[in-house]
Write a protein that binds this ligand. Structure first.
Ligand code: AMP
Length: 216
């Protein structure tokens, strides 16, 4: 089974995707994480992507599509994949369809998580990541047991540079202009479901898991 999580920045895609992928035994493939990993590793792709990410803009389709294709070639993708933060444009959705088709696979479900803008800004502004192990926290909704330090490894918690208020505004604008229409691609293939993400984390997880399990 292969699933796609759509939705604006801050809606909780990453949190939900991690839980749902684990429950269903899928590989959690988050393009944002792949790109941040490439930046940390100092690869050419990372260098190319950094300027776009810092400005809150989308990294060009060909760069992201290539990263995804390469990741799908690794053996652990064979059990099925949950795509998080990808596709973000219609050409990316078309590229993903073609890549999966070449592997005899398809997207079975596309879940579009939505919440009001005020909720998104609140969720983004409190988001923190461990600079060492990348564990994710939220100062209000999922605080670390060790305050400003990571509850898992003790590393310092930092705010993602693109989570600062001025970049968040740009990312929401980019979402509306370039990504919001991607849902239409999946409506056409009959795999689309709108998910109310303005609910407690567990209620959203149960909703998505219920829908995905009915596909199995
Ligand atoms: P995310 O972690 O999903 O919020 O992504 C962080 C940033 O990485 C985005 O603001 C984009 O600059 C870049 N990015 C992640 N996924 C994609 C994608 N599918 N297409 C283009 N840019 C992406």
């Amino acid at each position: 089974m292969n699933l796609v999580f759509l939705g604006p920045p801050g809606v909780g895609k990453g949190t939900q995707a991690a839980t749902v992928a684990k429950e269903l035994g899928l590989l959690h493939l988050a393009t944002g994480d792949l790109l941040r990993g490439a930046i940390r590793a100092g690869t050419r792709t990372g260098l190319e992507a950094k300027g776009y990410m810092d400005a809150g803009r989308l990294v060009p389709d060909d760069v992201v599509n290539r990263l995804v294709r390469e990741r799908l070639e690794q053996g652990d993708a064979a059990r099925g994949v949950l795509f998080d933060g990808y596709p973000r444009t219609t050409p990316q959705a078309e590229s993903l369809d073609a890549t999966l088709k070449g592997m005899g696979r398809r997207i079975d479900g596309a879940y579009d998580l939505q919440a009001p803008d005020a909720v998104l800004v609140d969720r983004i502004s409190g988001r923190r990541t461990c600079g060492k192990c990348q564990a994710a926290y939220h100062v209000k909704f999922a605080p670390s047991s060790r305050g400003e330090e990571c509850g898992k490894c003790g590393g310092a918690l930092v705010q993602r540079s693109d989570d600062k208020p001025e970049t968040v505004k740009a990312r929401l604008e980019v979402y509306r202009k370039e990504t919001a229409g991607v849902g239409e691609h999946y409506r056409k293939s009959g795999t689309y479901a709108l998910i109310d993400a303005n609910r407690p984390i567990d209620a959203i997880t149960a909703d998505v898991l219920g829908r995905a399990r009915r596909l199995q």
